[in-house]
Write a protein that binds this ligand. Structure first.
Ligand code: ARG
Ligand code: ZN
Ligand code: CA
Length: 331
């Protein structure tokens, strides 16, 4: 922010004379010197003229001031850090049947830590990225996560059907907390079809159902988690969807569709387990080395280690001040 202000100051000085200086100079100068040294800055005069005659321009300028004030407040309250990093507040809603499914605070914090490492590009296994894909590695996505609140509730339901979203109802589960302003993550004991987790893309669902759901054995790391999905990467993957990242093969079952990132090779469908690099697969007659070590594939947790630059840009668009999830920046 300091840099932006400094930059604006330099532009201002370069284009217009500094008012305070010219006043002091004028007091000490002879009338002739005044004439030769005087600078004029017509910007304000022209601005005033426009604003006094053009109500639409006045409205635009007021909107810009409101936007600027809101942006500065985002920085002040700490949701947008000075370097532009957006810190997303997370609410965990734990809906458990047996006590072992009532995952501990330690497990939940370990999930926040995994998210912060994976989205910060500081995960140790990020260096497993093959050299072919190092040039497209995102590094720090400038998105971070902060645990805001944990809500717990016991339920007699033993298997949850993703489509029904019953875990998000106040009667059969836990209702979301301010879904426009918080990332709600529900943790449930068991999902039908062996689903590890699911998420809603921005713009697709009513606010009360928005967020991410993860089955209890796959949240966080350590005791109680279930290999090979025991490194917290299910949340990394689902939060990717929540921030508008499709699967590498596109949002369809046919495969070979676009994922809207031009730095991820086109893919005919998911990869599972532990593929060996290089893995060539074909779309429309063209064989390409697959970026299966990306978080948006279906490989084991220990295999997925990176986002790409394009994926980072897509996610930043979503949480930008005018993006579909800009509410995550506001208290
Ligand atoms: N929705 C996917 C599933 O339920 C998530 C896959 C995540 N992959 C992982 N290695 N954690 O299968
Ligand atoms: Zn997915
Ligand atoms: Ca692509």
């Amino acid at each position: 922010m300091k840099k932006i202000l400094l930059g604006a100051g330099i532009i201002f000085l370069a284009s217009c004379n500094n008012d305070v200086n010219s006043v002091t100079e004028q007091q000490e100068e002879t009338p002739t010197q005044q004439l030769t040294n005087r600078r004029s800055c017509p910007s304000d005069m022209m601005r005033d003229k426009i604003l006094s005659t053009d109500p639409a321009a006045r409205a635009r300028v007021e909107a810009i001031e409101q936007f600027t004030e809101k942006h500065l407040n985002d920085i002040k309250v700490g949701k947008v850090l000075a370097d532009g990093t957006v810190e997303i507040p997370v609410v965990f809603n734990v809906v458990y049947n047996t006590s072992s499914e009532n995952v501990s605070d330690t497990r939940l914090q370990s999930q926040i830590d995994v998210l912060n490492r994976d989205y910060g590009g500081t995960n140790a296994d990020n260096s497993n990225t093959p050299s072919e894909f190092v040039p497209v590695k995102a590094g720090d996505t400038k998105i971070r996560f902060r645990l805001a609140k944990t809500v717990r509730k016991q339920s007699s339901i033993t298997v949850w059907n993703p489509d029904e979203n019953k875990m998000k109802s106040a009667t059969t589960g836990i209702a979301a907390t301010s879904p426009d302003n918080y990332l709600n993550i529900w943790i449930v004991n068991n999902m039908s079809g062996g689903t590890l987790g699911y998420a809603y893309y921005p713009g697709t669902i009513s606010a009360s159902l928005d967020g991410v759901v993860i089955a209890a054995p796959y949240i966080g790391t350590g005791s109680g988690t279930s290999a090979p999905f025991n490194l917290g990467r299910t949340a990394t993957h689902e939060v990717g969807h929540y921030l508008n990242l499709p699967h590498l093969w596109g949002s369809s079952n046919t495969g070979c569709q676009t994922d809207y990132s031009n730095d991820t090779p086109v893919s005919p469908g998911p990869n599972y387990g532990i593929p060996s690099y290089p893995l060539y697969r074909t779309c429309s007659g063209v064989s390409r080395s697959q970026i299966f070590m990306n978080y948006m594939d279906y490989v084991d947790d220990k295999v997925m280690v990176m986002f790409t630059t394009n994926q980072k840009q897509r996610m930043q668009a979503v949480v930008s001040a005018s993006g579909p999830r800009s509410g995550l920046r506001v208290y």
